[in-house]
Design a binder for this molecule. Structure first.
Ligand code: SAH
Length: 362
């Protein structure tokens, strides 16, 4: 057992089995042993790779999209650009470089990064050291400066802890993690949750992204009151369904989520229908979700790729073409262009946003 596993085992020995939500949150955010607190998980040498790490085009296009979304919401000053869970800061660095062409946006731009990991704050600070516009950091969305903001969340919601419920013969019981013969094992709480009434066969599992929904409600309510727009890009499904999607990834391979806690990335697929319900419950308007491939094509990834290829050496040209295909392909259900979705949130009766405009025959 690693150090975090020993700590979790002693919590279970003292308090009894813990919820999946608490387990995930200990694995990801334990102050000293949590996954995001101890390591830089990104890139080819890390555990996983994200869209901005695949190609500069992703962040550049999101930067230009932000400038347009800001202009269409009335060009409020300052132009506040917020990123949730910015990883190594690659998306923001590319977005800011591209946004320089949007002069009036860039001139009044103020950036706020929302990040819990000190280690990643350091990486982001280094990456953005040369940026001429003010950049600040806060630890949670509740601490964001007031006022309209363009808020970007790429692969943020998938990293938030979820709750699981198991259907038993006496109702839905919260799924827990306990110790069986010295190893972590899934079980169920003895008492059922009375408010859960979904019909399902015994053994079915329900995944509820309570923290994601709370954060979405907070952001949507903020947008309704103060203006601005939220862009969520993540992998997930557009319909809430039974079943669980908890996955652990280490060095680009799936591993058992109960093995090596804190050493593998724990995520779930985002329930976009749940996010849409939360945003609408707060009185906001939702745009999408649409597939990432369609979103990126509509905001001009093909033109950007052509421009990059025109000035590139042959092997670079190949790299641009292959990252374009990787980000936008919709052939297989697991292709990023199809598995990943984009969702935007604005005030009611906002104009259609780039990337979310209905296409004839689509
Ligand atoms: N957006 C980046 C990184 C995604 S990984 C990219 O696309 O490359 C998830 C990020 O969210 C990490 O930066 C992690 O430290 C951060 N994070 C996880 N939980 C968080 C929370 N509750 N509040 C703020 N940031 C969080």
């Amino acid at each position: 057992m690693n150090k975090l596993a020993q700590e979790i085992a002693s919590i279970i020995a003292q308090d009894g089995p813990i919820s999946v939500e608490r387990y995930m949150s200990l694995c990801l955010s334990h102050p000293t042993l949590g996954y995001y607190m101890t390591r830089d998980p990104f890139g080819a040498d890390g555990d996983f790779i994200t869209s901005p790490e695949i190609s500069q085009m992703f962040g550049e296009l999101v930067g230009l999209w932000s400038a347009e979304a800001w202009a269409s919401s009335g060009s409020p000053t300052p132009a506040r650009l917020v990123e949730l869970g910015p990883g190594r800061g690659v998306l923001m660095a590319d977005a800011l470089r591209a946004a320089r062409v949007a002069g009036s946006f860039y001139a009044t731009l103020e950036v706020t990064m929302v990040e819990t990991s000190e280690k990643l704050v350091e990486a982001q600070r280094a990456r953005l050291a040369a940026v001429e516009r003010p950049v600040g950091w806060v630890e949670s969305v509740d601490a964001l400066p007031l006022g309209p903001a363009v808020i970007i969340a790429n692969e943020f919601f998938d990293a938030l802890p979820v709750r699981h419920y198991v259907r038993t013969d006496h109702g839905w019981c919260e799924r827990q993690i306990g110790l069986v013969d010295g190893r972590f094992a899934f079980g169920a709480a003895p008492e059922p949750e009375r408010y859960l009434t979904v019909d399902a066969p015994v053994g079915a599992v329900l995944e509820v992204a309570a923290m994601s929904q709370r954060i979405m409600m907070t952001l949507a309510a903020r947008i309704v009151m103060q203006g601005g727009v939220l862009l969520v890009v993540d992998y997930g499904h557009t319909q809430t369904a039974l079943g669980e999607t908890l996955q652990a990834m280490r060095r680009h391979a799936f591993v058992d989520p109960l093995e090596t806690p804190g050493e593998a990335d724990l995520t779930t697929h985002v329930d976009f229908a749940g996010l849409v319900r939360a945003a609408r419950a707060a009185g906001a308007q939702t745009h999408g979700p649409v597939m990432q491939g369609r979103f990126l094509r509509q905001i001009g990834i093909e033109r950007r790729a052509e421009a990059l290829m025109r000035n590139a050496a042959p092997e670079q040209r190949e790299a641009v073409a292959s990252s374009l295909a990787r980000l936008t392909s919709e052939d297989k259900p697991t292709d990023m262009g199809r598995l990943f979705k984009a969702l935007a949130v604005t005030r009611k009766s906002s104009a259609p946003l780039p990337g979310f405009i209905e296409e004839a025959g689509a």
